[in-house]
Design a protein around this ligand. Structure first.
Ligand SMILES: [Zn+2]
Length: 218
């Protein structure tokens, strides 16, 4: 399982060491199917260059990104299309240290957007930006997918607790993909899933064991 992922880990060690593997120039005519049959789901964080850190070239992979690299409805939609129509069979999940999704909860952000002064104050303190409420309720997005666990200041340096919270969410994401009825995980059409935490300070990937704890509210 995860046949090519070990090669990407070797590429990542070179990237973290200062070596550039991704070629930026247009490669010329290419087929539509990703050459390496891989799909990556990663956080949108500005410090992450997915192709660079994995040593992927243009045409190699589908790259799906959102806030947190979370498995929401749209990420699942992309992964199903990626596998069943465009022949990818390997999924790589990338969460990362210092992620903004560690610094709020869904309830806190919703209350702030709807006009709760206490939530506005907390969000302002967390982000060092004047949080301005819209003073309106909305039905969508139904979830922001903030990570489980006690919130910490935005961009806080990684601690054992932070890494644990990130691991929880990587495992929750892996579980949501591995248990989706339209993503086969056994037989000849099986898809493999591996999850990682990317250290934005060092450029290194660290694999998350699975299965394991998916978190606690305590
Ligand atoms: Zn992030």
């Amino acid at each position: 399982m995860g046949k090519m992922t070990d090669q990407y880990l070797a590429n990542n060690r070179k990237y973290a060491g200062g070596e550039a593997l991704h070629k930026a120039a247009h490669p010329g005519k290419q087929p539509i199917n990703p050459a390496k049959h891989v799909a990556v789901l990663a956080c949108m964080d500005a410090r992450i260059d997915v192709e660079d850190l994995l040593g992927l070239q243009t045409g190699d992979a589908h790259i799906i990104r959102n806030a947190g690299g979370v498995v929401n409805d749209d990420a699942i939609r992309c992964l199903i299309i990626s596998h069943h129509l465009l022949d990818t069979n390997e999924i790589i999940l990338i969460h990362h240290t210092r992620c903004g999704m560690l610094a709020f909860t869904d309830d806190l952000l919703k209350a702030g957007l709807e006009g709760d002064p206490a939530a506005e104050k907390l969000l302002g303190q967390a982000t060092h930006r004047a949080f301005k409420s819209c003073e309106k309720c909305a039905s969508t997005p139904s979830q922001f997918h903030a990570f489980r666990g006690a919130i910490e200041p935005l961009d806080a340096a990684p601690t054992a607790k932070q890494i644990e919270r990130l691991r929880w969410d990587v495992r929750r994401s892996m579980s949501a993909i591995l248990n989706h009825p339209w993503i086969p995980t056994s037989g000849p059409d099986a898809v493999s899933v591996r999850g990682f935490i990317y250290d934005v300070d060092t450029g290194k990937l660290d694999e998350v064991s699975y299965p394991g704890s998916m978190g606690s509210i305590s």
